[in-house]
Design a protein around this ligand. Structure first.
Ligand code: MG
Length: 286
């Protein structure tokens, strides 16, 4: 473990091994970023041999893996209705296959010694008395119980629900290893609530975070907001870190910047985000 990451708020970046979301590992290395969250590789890459070689690479680079994010074939974030139709464990046609795949991803994460698996669950139905809602509660509980068997926690990415709805949902699942990966920009992009009040309401359920920024849409909730470089949006990054400090959050600050079609710009903007976070960290924690 490098000295940098024994401190609170180690900087991180969302990364991938193959063609998933997130930057390639060499970007983390070149920018000297000590932790990553990993977008789960495709099934063909989730072998014990690949796990061993990836783990060796992380050790050699001195990078710590803090979470493995599940993602599935057929998901699209093109617009809000498409997310609703395609993302996570909510769409019923793909649910059983995706649950099986999340369990395999949990097994792969365990081979990597990673204690956290995470995902976008999808748009949870709003009627807590509906059969559709109860099915999502049940599938989430089953996944929590499976990952617990691997000694892991499950983190739900925020965005598709208001914080109030997410708290109610987590209470209904009632699994001791269910937590939140808080993404303040998603609250803005999806129009699901003011990020700081959401963060306060979720409180110590938040066990990992994304550092991402965004601008509100003209009609929040009906159309996408716009993702922008960290510090240039409506999140208010200093206020974000102050709120995390108030909540006693000491975990990684994982930068997420999803412009995979523009690798050079993505790298530059991640470098800028890492500098901003490092300077705010010295300001707020010294
Ligand atoms: Mg995110």
């Amino acid at each position: 473990m490098s000295r940098a990451e024994t401190q609170p708020w180690p900087i991180g970046v969302f990364a991938s091994i193959d063609a998933g979301l997130g930057v390639h590992l060499d970007v983390a290395q070149e920018l000297n970023i000590p932790t990553i969250q990993l977008h789960a590789p495709h099934a063909s890459s989730r072998t014990p041999e690949r796990a061993k070689s990836f783990l060796g690479k992380l050790e050699q680079l001195g990078i710590r893996l803090t979470a493995v994010f599940g993602g599935f074939e057929g998901e699209s974030y093109a617009d809000i209705p498409t997310v609703e139709r395609t993302v996570g464990l909510v769409p019923s046609a793909t649910r059983a296959a995706r649950l099986k795949e999340m369990k395999e991803i949990s097994d792969f994460a365990q081979l990597l010694g990673c204690p956290v698996v995470a995902l976008h669950l999808g748009f949870v139905p709003h009627d807590r008395n509906s059969a559709a809602y109860r099915e999502i509660v049940a599938v989430t509980r089953e996944l929590c119980s499976y990952v617990a068997g691997n000694g892991q926690n499950l983190h739900l990415e925020t965005g598709q629900e208001t914080a109030e709805a997410l708290v109610a949902f987590m209470d209904d699942v009632a699994a001791p290893n269910l937590f939140v990966n808080f993404d303040p920009a998603n609250m803005i992009l999806y129009g699901t609530g003011e990020p700081m009040s959401a963060l306060r309401l979720l409180g110590n359920r938040v066990q990992s975070v994304h550092c991402k920024d965004g601008l509100w849409a003209r009609n929040p909730g009906d159309e996408w907001g716009q993702e922008v470089p960290l510090g240039q949006g409506n999140v208010g990054i200093e206020r974000y870190l102050r709120t995390l400090k108030e909540l006693g959050y000491h975990g990684p600050l994982t930068i997420e910047r999803e412009i995979p079609q523009e690798r050079e710009r993505q790298k530059q903007e991640i470098a800028g985000a890492a500098e901003l976070l490092a300077s705010l960290r010295s300001k707020l924690l010294s």
